[in-house]
Design a protein around this ligand. Structure first.
Ligand SMILES: N[C@@H](CCC(=O)N[C@@H](CS)C(=O)NCC(=O)O)C(=O)O
Length: 388
């Protein structure tokens, strides 16, 4: 029997959920390995250079960190049952856009609905964190201490995502709007871009499963308000296509020249909800880089290269001033959106531009700091200064 892949993570981790759903959907044999189990701290953390999940351990004993890299690696090697990137240019750009928005743009509701509803959530999350982070079989007190430590950090971290007393009512309204839009979209197709999952679905499943579909308060809200979204969450963790309630059963994606109106409405939501943050992060990063011209290509200029936050950017979100942490990782995912956009004159360019324009997302094509973000030895580093 061959050794399966091991997915080091935790049951309630947002980014682990993205990688797990991908592995399940693609039929790749793997086992979940909780980050509290022996070996994680001693072997995996030194191998990837920091405490971070998910980490995929291959049967050969190599370690691969980062959901997007895991997905792109398997897809690039043709080891997927369902291609994760559509062939058609506009859909391909849409897939990358939802990968970015899912993993990074839904963090405000993900953090709010996990950490601000203690009476309903806390008994569950307490045990869940212990299950993922404490040593297997550890006494209950150790599990509780592990949770207390993690909860303290996460509550503090919440502010760095822009969750504040002033923004909370808007976060709730925005999330409800998102649920309604996604629910309406799923009336027409089982997955974001049609009949099979793409990297857009894998991006969205992170917050929509790990926090919003699983923690007691938001899970109940999702079930009551957006049945189809909840069903999609379930579907994203099922081995087959699990789409029997849709007529036809075709795994085909939408036609590139006819993305449904409900998809375009979701993209317009991203423009309202997330584009201001992208603008603020890019502007901050550009001045940060300008002030540090000596950072060598292939390094990230941080005292501890495993750190991920380079500073804080302030901007108006839905009329309320908020401050968010700036992470090059987000710009790395934004870059993947831009890399998917065909150059002027190439097939598909006009369709992509028209789609982004209509959604109010035209800026996304050009919004970038002066240096590319690359990943080297599992951390984000700066590339050479751009020439374009
Ligand atoms: N880009 C990463 C993001 C991973 C990430 O942020 N994971 C969180 C847990 S869900 C983490 O490990 N945080 C480190 C910490 O809490 O110290 C990926 O997709 O793999």
């Amino acid at each position: 029997m061959t050794t399966p892949y091991r997915l080091h993570g935790t049951p309630g981790s947002l980014y682990t959920a993205k990688a797990r759903s991908f592995l399940i959907k693609q039929g790749l044999p793997f086992e979940d390995a909780p980050a509290g189990a022996p070996g994680f701290r001693e072997v995996v953390v030194p191998a990837v250079g920091r405490w971070i999940i998910p980490v995929l351990e291959t049967p050969e004993g190599a370690f691969l960190q980062d959901g997007s890299e895991i997905i792109d690696r398997f897809d690039g090697e043709g080891r997927v049952r369902w291609p994760t990137l559509p062939q058609a240019p506009a859909l391909r750009v849409a897939a990358r856009l939802f990968e970015l928005f899912g993993g990074e743009g839904l963090l405000r509701p993900a953090m709010h609905y996990r950490w601000n509803f203690d009476a309903v959530n806390q008994p569950f999350i307490g045990l869940d964190f212990a299950a993922g982070l404490a040593a297997p079989g550890a006494p209950a007190a150790e599990g509780e201490a592990t949770f207390a430590f993690a909860a303290e950090r996460m509550r503090r971290a919440m502010a760095g995502f822009g969750v504040s007393p002033d923004s909370i009512p808007l976060i709730e309204a925005a999330y409800e709007e998102f649920l309604d839009l996604f629910d309406a979209h799923l009336a027409g197709s089982p997955y974001l871009l049609g009949g099979h999952p793409t990297v857009g679905d894998y991006g969205l499943i992170g917050p929509l499963y790990a926090h919003l579909g699983r923690d007691p308060y938001p899970a109940q809200m999702m079930k009551r308000r957006a049945y189809r979204v909840w069903r999609w969450v379930e579907r994203m963790n099922a081995a087959g296509l699990d789409a029997g309630e849709y007529p036809g059963g075709s795994p085909e994606l939408f036609a590139d020249d006819a993305p449904p109106a409900t998809l375009r409405a979701l993209m317009a939501f991203i423009a309202r909800d997330y584009l201001p943050e992208l603008r603020a992060m890019v502007a901050f990063t550009d001045s940060w880089l300008e002030a540090r011209p000596d950072i060598a290509a292939g390094t990230n200029g941080l005292k501890r290269p495993g750190d991920r936050v380079i500073g804080q950017a302030a901007f108006d979100w839905r009329g309320v001033p908020i401050t968010v942490n700036v992470m090059p990782y987000r710009l790395y995912l934004l870059q993947k959106v831009q890399d998917a956009i065909p150059a002027a004159g190439e097939p598909g360019h006009d369709a992509v531009v028209a789609m982004l324009d209509e959604a109010g997302l035209a800026d996304i094509a050009t919004l970038r700091p002066r240096r590319r973000v690359e990943r080297q030895d599992q951390v984000e580093v700066w590339g050479p200064v751009r020439e374009d």
